[in-house]
Write a protein that binds this ligand. Sequence first.
Ligand SMILES: NC(=O)c1ccc[n+]([C@@H]2O[C@H](COP(=O)([O-])OP(=O)(O)OC[C@H]3O[C@@H](n4cnc5c(N)ncnc54)[C@H](O)[C@@H]3O)[C@@H](O)[C@H]2O)c1
Length: 330
Amino acid sequence: MKISILGGGGFLGRKIADRLAREGTYAGRPITGLTLFDMHQPPAPAAGFPVTCLAGDIVDLPEAAMPAGTDVVFHLAAVVSAQAEADYDLGRRVNLRGTDAVVDACRRLVAAGGKPPRVVFTSSVASFSATQTDTLADGAKQIPGNSYGAQKAAAELILADASRRGFMDAVSIRLPTVTVRPGRPNKAASSFFSSIVREPLLGLEAELPVPDDFAVWVCSPRRAVDWLLHAGAMDTAAMGLDRSLSPPGIRIAVGEMLRAMDEVRQGSSALVRRVADPAIAAIVGTWPAAFTAKRALALGFVPHEPFVDVVRAFIEDDLEATRRERNAAS
Ligand SMILES: NC(=O)c1ccc[n+]([C@@H]2O[C@H](COP(=O)([O-])OP(=O)(O)OC[C@H]3O[C@@H](n4cnc5c(N)ncnc54)[C@H](O)[C@@H]3O)[C@@H](O)[C@H]2O)c1
């Protein structure tokens, strides 16, 4: 089993790589090669199989990023929400042209006699818009309220068509906001959903730019990785032409997130300051807070745990590494 992770140096890419390295097998087969590709050379996890780490631009995807015999590609490389909104050219280039480059790389593999690789693509809840009280069904129309969401929705269609044409076998997962993200705040408009838990657990202040009753559709890093790995290994026959799905995240108000954090570490939420930010609120305010996710459940995607477990998992998996990384950089 040969696997490539494009965006393999990012948050989710590293988590998938670590999981594969720990397990050594995937979809019931031994892993024979893992290629990690990102703008900067990703770190290689310690693995019992060969790991190749490459730096480059996804728009000019080198052949080595998806070598002959590649079975599964995780296409995670992206310019994230607030940055794609602030820099239209960059978002369009990476999120659209980068996806075109993945299609062309798959075509090359097939033209050379290879099997169409499974491509797992990370789309986003941001490709929809809805009110805070809506619950979207699986067939809901994507009406993006920002350029990032529009680029994700467009990429989903391109990948579904490439699957129909036999260039690849794609599954697009419209991820909820993945919380708690380790490391530092990033350029996603959703960054604060993680900051309000991560920073207080590090003993630092965080700003909350929306009201406490603002609801959001979230998932944990553990569940996101489970879903992406399931998408790479599942039988896609039942998907037909529709290669996209919304996984079973959870709807939670930010005030409830803070209460869950206090349940795990009493008094932590005192470090969260309410500082309204209309620009951020305008972006996240168009994102739906709930989906039925029936299709994903029927296709074997595991349901989500309660948020208090998400806080505990962050402490277990990422808190000390985040502290070390940030102390080292300061
Ligand atoms: N984290 C979330 O909450 C969330 C939610 C919905 C969807 N997603 C999507 O999931 C994927 C992974 O998210 P993440 O949180 O790990 O993001 P991330 O920003 O940590 O990782 C994305 C990676 O893409 C790389 N990249 C950007 N431009 C590139 C280029 N031109 N060439 C090569 N690599 C490039 C970045 O260097 C980065 O390492 C992204 O596609 C993101 O849009 C994430």
